[in-house]
Ligand binder design. Structure first.
Ligand code: FAD
Length: 367
């Protein structure tokens, strides 16, 4: 019989979740292999990576922003040292307020002490004069950041490859075996296998009854030589400077979609928003799409399978992976190493479980 390679952890999926989890497990001197297949619709390689203290039309504060962003900054900066690339960029976002409702919400929130340090009511806008369509009013968010997620996953994959820890494998769930408390897949045997497969989790028979509510996002990379923006602009859409006159322009958000690829509807929507935003010409360089692993209660999914404790999940980073990822990858690591507990709010145990024929279901609240 072929000899199996014994490791401590098999991580499936190397987007942001698998990258951060493998990073923290390796820091703890664990034996890790990472198996990933580059499926259409994966997101970390196309995301803007914004870390934003205040989001949405109603200008809500991001959950546990101070604690999560401080830990995120520390983690990405430590990875910068290891990978020799810049990942964390401190940023400001100038935000168009399109009507009196938005302006009133802005003024109301910026009066609260916990918002004050992030909100500037009178931003300097000379940089955008004549280049951007004038909205009703402007505000500015400080304390934001942009994390180079595509660069992070690519650089981390190269590091794993150099160490012999990365394998291109499209996991076939039917081939998983459980032997003597170990999980076995192809040539590897491990005490735990952790799924970090993003929105593809809905295809995973072991975890596909968690309430994933994936959203498809499309974006354009555009060249705008006349804009010369140093700050991120949030007008009809986000315009994130990438350097050399290129901008990340997005994004759409759809719960209902046919497949992972860019669509003509998405392109038209984005072009219409660009027309409503810009007063200078632009040129489309590329059109990209991904599926966000968004979830019903907006909290990450961490934990063990109730029937197969050799299987675990780290997922549900949703629209805020750059902010949530580091803190909860560390929490998952401590949990796996029996050095800490999972918080109830992120533990998948929060979905009351009924194990039926190998699956578990969210309990019907009306039942
Ligand atoms: C348009 C858009 C904009 C976004 N902007 C932001 C932003 O500004 N800030 C922010 O914080 N977040 C943003 N996000 C969300 C962010 O992308 C996610 O939170 C995060 O990247 C999710 O990472 P992940 O590792 O869970 O999933 P993914 O990045 O999708 O990684 C999953 C990996 O698993 C692989 N995989 C799947 N199935 C298998 C299998 N069977 N075998 C092997 N490998 C498999 C996939 O191919 C992929 O490589 C954005 C998302 C989109 C779509």
């Amino acid at each position: 019989m072929e000899k199996k390679q014994q490791v401590d952890y098999i991580i499936v999926g190397q987007g942001l979740a698998g990258t951060l989890l493998s990073h923290f497990l390796l820091l703890e001197n664990q034996r890790v292999v990472v198996l990933d297949y580059p499926h259409e619709g994966r997101t970390s390689n196309i995301a803007a990576g914004l870390v934003n203290p205040v989001t949405g039309r109603r200008i809500a504060k991001s959950w546990r922003f101070e604690e999560l962003s401080a830990f995120a900054k520390e983690t990405y900066q430590s990875l910068e040292g290891q990978l020799g690339v810049q990942l964390w960029h401190d940023r400001r976002i100038v935000r168009a307020l399109h009507n009196t409702f938005e302006e009133n919400e802005w003024m109301r929130r910026s009066g609260y002490p916990e918002f004050q340090s992030y909100m500037n009511d009178e931003p300097e806008m000379a940089e955008f004069a004549g280049k951007v369509k004038e909205p009703h009013a402007w505000g500015e968010l400080t304390g934001c950041a942009q994390v180079a997620l595509p660069l992070l996953v690519e650089s981390w994959r190269k590091l794993l490859e150099r160490e012999g820890l990365f394998f291109t494998e499209n996991i076939d769930y039917q081939k998983l075996r459980f032997e003597n408390g170990q999980v076995v897949y192809n040539n590897w045997s491990a005490q735990k296998l952790i799924f970090c497969v993003g929105a593809k989790a809905v295809e995973n028979p072991f975890f596909n009854h968690l309430p994933f509510l994936a959203t498809k996002g499309e974006l354009l990379i555009v060249r705008i030589p006349g804009l010369q923006a140093g700050r991120i602009l949030k007008h009809k859409l986000f315009l994130v400077p990438l350097g050399e006159d290129l901008y990340w322009a997005g994004s759409t958000s759809r719960f209902e979609f046919e497949g992972p690829n860019p669509t003509s509807l998405g392109r038209e929507t984005l072009l219409a928003e660009l027309e409503k935003t810009l007063a200078v010409p632009f040129e489309v360089v590329s059109h990209l799409a991904g599926i966000r692993p968004t979830v019903a209660d907006l909290r990450p999914f961490l934990g063990l399978h109730p029937q197969y404790p050799a299987l675990a999940i780290f997922n549900g980073l949703g629209t805020k992976g750059a902010l949530l990822g580091p803190f909860f990858a560390k929490q998952m690591t401590n949990f796996l190493l029996r050095k800490g507990e999972l918080e109830a709010e992120v533990d998948i145990k929060r979905f009351e479980q009924t194990v039926r024929s190998g699956h578990f279901f969210t309990k019907d609240k009306t039942g």
